[in-house]
Design a protein around this ligand. Sequence first.
Ligand SMILES: [Zn+2]
Length: 330
Amino acid sequence: MAGATRDRSSRELTVGFDIGGTNTRAGVVTPDGEVLDVRSAHTPQDADELAATIVRIVNELRAEYDIAAVGLAIAGFLDPDCEIVRFAPHLPWRDDRPVRAELEAALGLPVRLEHDANSAAWGEYRFGAAIDAETWVFFAVGTGIGATLMHRGEIYRGAFGTAPEFGHLTVVPGGRVCSCGKKGCLERYASGTSLVDCAVEKATQGRYVDCALYRKVVDKRASGQDVMAAARAGDALGLAALSSFATWLGRGLSIVADVLDPSLIVIGGGVSADADLFLDAAREEMGANIVGAGYRPVPQVLCAELGPQAGMIGVADLARERLGRATGTC
Ligand SMILES: [Zn+2]
């Protein structure tokens, strides 16, 4: 299948890893962002085993493809130079482990690390919904909210490499408890998992007892996907929960727009697969809450185009800078 492409650009192929808390996926990616092959494995909860898994997958792929470099999209905080994994609660790397240098030595190939949201954003910037956007924000809505700000082709990291954490802006003082330890964070109101909380709140109003979703919500058996599926099926409780989610998402986007004044916001992450159900409402809420509403341009809000492969495509592209053809900022 990939033979012709492989022959055309064999020296240019890189591998992009998407390392999540449960699964690790790796893709062989061309300079045009095309994924030729994908491997996956369970993510080991031991640091040495995780490194061994990465090396094994790369060696398997090298047996078939001429691989020039490797990129790793990581769900966690990195140092600003993208050398060290500082904090990744769902991965076994601890104590400022120098992951990039260790893997580069083990593989004998150039290695690039990047935060997972930044990787997906880079993928959208190079090959997806944000090509050539000058000042734009990627908003990854899934279990939580991850975000990236890009300005004139560079990823903005802040002084300590943690910017921007829009998901943990306090939008309801004293509100829902967040996994970060604070209360009332945006991601407790506008993430995939928050759909369940929105449904619980609506269910307690007593108006939705006849809905198919109601019993599941009351019995604490509903997932965010269940709520989204119910909304798609027209269930009144599902639609009410989704409306609440869309309202909060729109308010969050208005804060983003007020602070950063981007021309474009791209909604990615798992929830974006159902963007047709909520994006118009979120846009409307953003437009109504932005400062100077009606007297200024508002950012365009688009759905991401690369889907769940955005991270591996983006970090595979970023890995090319290690070959001396710099495209990123680390
Ligand atoms: Zn939080």
